[in-house]
Design a protein around this ligand. Structure first.
Ligand code: B1M
Length: 212
């Protein structure tokens, strides 16, 4: 069995204690950190999501798989992030109100940080008021990033973007959105400045938006 397959199996089974050492073993064997992330972990979470949708597994199994993936990402992080300087400016990131999914948001935060931004991470289930408060505490912020993983929290994303669009500081910031159910069309519809599909393209988009 390849080391990446081993990581994938451990993530799927939620073996949090074993995932870190397995990721380290894959790295020691010379596996590409992006391959470990994409094929050992992200693809596995897609499988976990499908099994949940089909009623083969339930929330606790999804949760333990998510915890295991987080442990694996901790080991990968130094190999993915190329060192942050904050030189490109400040970014606020949050998962929108009512939504507890943070693995994708954390990956986006990590990639944006490694693209040279200082990241203020507000966590999950973040209300519009908290996002606005965070901007007021960090008025030098260049980009506000919002993540949503549920179709039921897309309206919360829309509400936050609408409030930002109506704020008196709108011209000072760019707004970026993403997450599995989000599309470019939805981003345009709610008036965000940018959408990206994954963490790597989110980092390139952040650089483009900050420079615009
Ligand atoms: Co949930 N869940 N979940 N879940 N969960 C999904 C999202 C789901 C698709 C599973 C399914 O049914 N197939 C489904 C949503 C269906 C829908 O809305 N249509 C679902 C559901 C229904 C639920 C609950 C309602 C289940 C329940 O309680 N009955 C519940 C809701 C809780 C809540 O949020 N209020 C729930 C709970 C959970 C757990 C807590 C158990 C756990 C999350 C743990 C955590 O995050 N700490 C969980 C998990 C793990 C998943 C799946 C299996 C995996 C999500 C994940 O981490 N993927 C997910 C199935 C799936 O996605 N296939 C599922 C890996 C991650 C790297 O990808 O987050 O997509 P992702 O992020 C990507 C991109 O989307 C993008 O870049 C990332 C990296 O490439 N991206 C951005 C993300 N944010 C971005 C922001 C950007 C740019 C790009 O710019 C700002």
């Amino acid at each position: 069995m390849s080391k990446i397959t081993e990581v994938a199996e451990l993530v799927e089974k939620g073996k949090a204690k074993l995932v870190g050492p397995a990721v380290q073993a894959a790295l020691d064997e010379g596996c590409d950190p992006m391959d470990i992330l994409n094929h050992g972990m992200i693809d596995t979470m897609t499988i976990v999501g499908e099994k949940f949708k089909n009623g083969e597994i339930f929330v606790p199994e999804m949760l333990v798989a998510a915890r295991a993936m987080k442990k694996g990402v901790e080991v990968l992080k130094p190999h993915l992030a190329s060192g942050s300087t904050g030189a490109n400016g400040k970014v606020i990131i949050a998962t929108v109100s009512g939504d507890l999914h943070d693995i994708g948001k954390n990956l986006v935060a990590m990639m944006i940080e490694s693209a040279g931004f200082e990241v203020v991470d507000l966590g999950v289930d973040v209300s519009t008021d908290k996002v606005i408060e965070a901007y007021k505490e960090n008025p030098d912020t260049k980009i506000i990033c919002l993540s949503a993983l549920l179709t039921t929290t897309m309206p919360a994303m829309k509400a936050t973007v609408t409030a930002l669009n109506e704020s008196d500081f709108r011209s000072n910031i760019k707004v970026m959105v993403g997450g599995a159910p989000i599309t470019q069309e939805f981003a345009d519809e709610i008036g965000a400045d940018g959408y990206s599909e994954d963490a790597a393209s989110a980092a390139s988009l952040a650089k483009r938006l900050a420079a615009a």
